[in-house]
Design a protein around this ligand. Structure first.
Ligand code: CTP
Ligand code: MG
Length: 402
């Protein structure tokens, strides 16, 4: 199943104060055009197939400016809409038919708060075989029918009543034929796609929408949306991109003449066995650094099966991880290692170890920490069968790490 997306954005927004303020989908909320919010949410959803945005022929420049800062906006197909929403959807469906899609989600550009929870619920109903799916929320206000005399004529029972939202979603071929049939019969009065589906006899399944998924309709909606975004938790892109990674490693002890930990050789009646110089502390820290940018682990970069790393100083691995972090825009803020070993004593070597880390990572000594503990004679560490290390690294990234 491939879910194509049609976002209709060709309206004039008359109720929201167009033409003076321009169409509502290009107005800024939380520092960004409404349509940029909407598009970003679909572009970031893992099940989005081809995306079509239906714009007004007068809005080409507005659309280009509004989406200039939107990552991956280049993969969006645009087409021109018509004088009614129904006509705009029809044009969007036609444009989508040229792309690979079996199903379609039809969404209002003026609903920028659509969240992935709603999209997942709608998609799950399509997965379950529904021909049509409508996200909606139960009506909570008491409903009255008023008359032209200004008086209440009746109270309408609200049980079973829902407020329809978008994205309304369908089998692409079915909704397309329903739209074609409506167009052929000059039925142009449908305000949403579920009503066209109902009219064409397609079953439409209700799924839970979201109270946040409002349609910006009048000026006040736009002002409130702007307030909400400006006062609430700042969006991820304006926060410092601080990331933490952890790493764990363990190596076996075997009879020998000493161990290398954080690049310091410590004479001992055992040595650590394994890959390279078996510096368990640097290996754990290498993994912690790689973890901050999702760059895999030490084994991906330096396979243990590769003979060239035999006996190699582990400084090479740590250097490499730090280089990857820097290439992806990261600044290493600190590195912290805990060694878990019954022996040898780490404290006398701690300053030298910290110095080695500071040199390799290119950061100050106070940002490098090495600690050690015994395992109170318990388990494999307690029986002196091996030494373990846990590491944490914090990196601040600028820009995108992908
Ligand atoms: N829409 C469209 N083409 C139209 C009319 C509407 O693509 N001819 C889109 C709007 O851009 C909006 C969605 O359909 O994203 C929902 O419509 P509505 O809220 O009614 O928007 P407008 O028609 O722009 O507003 P108004 O009715 O106040 O003029
Ligand atoms: Mg309208």
């Amino acid at each position: 199943m491939t879910i194509g997306i049609v976002i209709v954005a060709a309206g004039r927004g008359e109720r929201a104060g167009s033409p003076e303020d321009g169409p509502k989908q290009y107005r800024r909320i939380g520092g960004k055009p409404v349509i940029a919010h909407t598009l970003e949410r679909f572009l970031a959803w893992h099940r989005s197939g081809p995306i079509v945005v239906v714009i007004h022929p007068d809005d080409e420049a507005l659309y280009a400016a509004a989406t200039a800062g939107v990552k991956d906006a280049g993969r969006v197909i645009t087409t021109f809409g018509g004088v009614t929403r129904q006509r705009s959807v029809y044009e969007g469906l036609r444009a989508l038919s040229g792309a690979e899609a079996t199903h379609v989600m039809i969404h209002d550009a003026a609903r920028p708060f659509i969240d992935h929870g709603v999209l997942d619920r709608v998609a799950a109903a399509l997965d379950g075989g529904s021909d049509g799916v409508l996200p909606a929320i139960p009506v909570t206000d008491t409903l009255k029918r008023g008359g032209s005399d200004g008086l209440v004529h009746e109270t309408v029972p609200r049980s079973g009543l829902y407020a329809a939202q978008t994205p309304q979603s369908f089998l692409l071929s079915e909704i397309r034929s329903a739209h074609e049939k409506a167009a052929a019969l000059r039925r142009e009065d449908f305000t949403d796609d579920a009503s066209i589906a109902e009219w064409a006899g397609l079953p439409v399944t209700l799924v839970e929408g979201s109270v946040d998924n409002i349609k910006l309709t009048v000026k006040r909606d736009i002002a409130m949306a702007d307030e909400k975004l400006s006062q609430g938790v700042p969006p991820a892109h304006v926060l410092p991109d601080v990331r933490t990674g952890n790493g764990y490693d363990v190596h076996q002890l075997e009879p020998g003449d000493g161990v290398t930990l954080c690049g310091v050789f410590i004479p001992h009646q055992f040595k650590l066995s394994g890959h390279s110089d078996a510096d368990v502390a640097m290996h754990a820290l290498t993994d912690a650094l790689l973890a901050t940018c999702g760059a895999g682990d030490i084994g991906d970069h330096f396979p243990p099966s590769d003979m060239q790393w035999r006996g190699a100083p582990s400084k090479i691995f740590l250097d490499h991880a730090a280089k990857i972090v820097r290439e992806r825009g990261g600044t290493i803020m600190n590195a912290d290692i805990s060694l878990i070993a019954e022996a040898p004593k780490i404290a006398p070597h701690r300053q030298e170890m910290r110095g080695n880390l500071a040199d390799i990572l290119g950061i100050s000594l106070d940002r490098c920490s090495v600690k050690a503990t015994t395992n109170e004679k318990m388990g494999f560490v307690g029986r002196r069968e091996g030494i373990a290390a846990i590491a944490t690294a914090t990196v601040v990234y600028r820009g995108n790490t992908a």
